[in-house]
Design a protein around this ligand. Structure first.
Ligand code: FSX
Ligand code: SF4
Ligand code: F3S
Length: 400
């Protein structure tokens, strides 16, 4: 990268950081995280900084329907508002029911005038599901049905983005009741934006979605003049192209057969894989382990904090499959023959025999060298632990 380009990027960073009242370092950190989210190579933060500094902010009209406002909350993060300042700098948020001062008829007038002033150019962001049952009567804003409002606003939009799982396919409001007689659909027919409009839209699922995925989508629009490439469900590939399971920091434990069996057990405390507690990472596409949440450092995401992924970005998994049910593993399945980490004394296979069996089972499953390597590490560590605990009976605490 030429030094003139870097100088330009640095002065762009100065301009934006002054404009936002944040430090240049904070701004460049966010640019680096955004570039990383988009899968751009190292050094691309300079290009992102320049794009943010120069671009004309697109007008955004943001609608709310059946939801909890968690999507907006996760973007705004009042306790850590740096990212929010940048988002609000990158887009011109001309209508947002939760944030605007106007209420009632004034709010409706503000929406109409924002639409008229930016006709054909605004981005429509929809948060929340749209009820389609009984002609859409279950959600109205200003007396207008959600389904009519979304159609009206989409007609003159340059692009439509469904933010959150509710707007992507119906999310939590589309959950079927557990009462058998009512279980054929959600009570209100809660549906996604593309179903309501009858055409595909970009979706950023997650309950709530990661704010970087929204910011990166907006930055992509600013930098390249178009929305990013998406999968068949409308999800940007840069964020939803890989399974959670593929980037999970506990993956080595999965491959080696080291599982938490109960919340708070030894495996759980040692950070083992949460598959047997119902983790849906193996069938859920999202970049949570790679991007993390809250800018609070590495490992801050559901599995990183010790909770199984519930598949919140995946239609048919999140809010549908019971939380305790084990995931359908879309790539490699762990052999059922793996031993528990610590066999009860005097019962079950010896460690050596169990490890040999597991290695054979692993080879048979085609899991390969990585798996046997991890198993070897685990086996050695466990033998050491076992020797230690045998020499000090009564002390069963394992450091992890
Ligand atoms: Fe809530 Fe958004 Fe979940 Fe839905 O996020 S966090 S219920 S996806 O629409 O407000
Ligand atoms: Fe991580 Fe869950 Fe996969 Fe285990 S099952 S490796 S915890 S994503
Ligand atoms: Fe959702 Fe799973 Fe990520 S629950 S936030 S997709 S780890």
């Amino acid at each position: 990268m030429g030094s003139a380009f870097l100088r330009e990027a640095e002065s762009a960073a100065d301009v934006v950081s002054r404009r936002l009242g944040i430090s240049r370092r904070e701004f460049l950190q966010i640019c680096a995280a955004t570039a990383g989210t988009l899968g751009l190579p190292a050094g691309a933060e300079a290009a992102v900084a320049k794009a943010v500094a120069k671009a004309q902010r697109p007008s955004v009209i943001w609608l709310h329907f059946q939801e909890c406002t968690g999507c907006s909350e996760s973007l705004l993060r009042a306790e850590h508002p740096t990212l929010e300042r940048l988002i609000l700098d990158v887009i011109s948020l001309d209508y947002h029911e939760t944030l605007m001062a106007a209420a009632g008829h004034q709010a409706e007038a503000a929406r109409k005038s924002a639409m008229a002033a930016n006709k054909g150019k605004y981005i429509l962001v929809v948060e929340g599901a749209i009820p389609l049952k009984d002609n859409g009567i279950y959600c109205k804003v200003g007396g207008q049905k959600a389904v009519d409002m979304v159609k009206e606003c989409a007609a003159d939009a340059a692009a439509v983005i469904a933010i959150g799982s509710c707007a992507s396919w119906g999310g939590m409001p589309s959950t079927h009741p557990s009462i058998p007689a009512l279980a054929s659909s959600s009570p209100t027919g809660a549906s996604g934006v593309s179903e309501a409009l009858g055409k595909p839209v970009v979706t950023i699922p997650g309950c709530p979605p990661n704010p970087y995925n929204f910011l990166a989508t907006a930055v992509h629009f600013l930098t390249f003049g178009k929305l990013p490439e998406v999968d068949k469900l409308g999800r940007p590939l840069f964020a939803y192209g890989r399974l959670v399971h593929e980037n999970c920091e506990r993956r080595a434990h999965f491959d080696a057969g080291r599982f938490a069996m109960e919340f708070g057990d030894e495996g759980h405390r040692k950070g083992y894989c949460l598959y047997k507690l119902g983790c849906k990472g193996p069938e859920t596409y999202a970049n949570c382990p790679a991007v993390g949440f809250g800018d609070a450092g590495q490992g801050i995401w559901p599995v990183g904090c010790g909770h199984p992924c519930i598949g919140c970005t995946e239609q048919g998994v999140g809010f549908t499959k019971p939380i305790h049910q084990t995931a359908k593993v879309l790539n490699v399945s762990p052999p059922a023959q793996y031993p528990r980490i610590f066999e009860e004394q005097g019962k079950g296979a010896s460690f050596a025999a169990a490890a040999a069996l597991a290695a054979l089972a692993g080879a048979a499953a085609g899991a390969g060298a990585m798996l046997t390597r991890n198993l070897g590490v685990s086996h050695k560590a466990e033998e050491l632990e076992k020797a230690k605990s045998e020499s000090s009976p009564g002390d069963t605490t394992i450091q992890g």
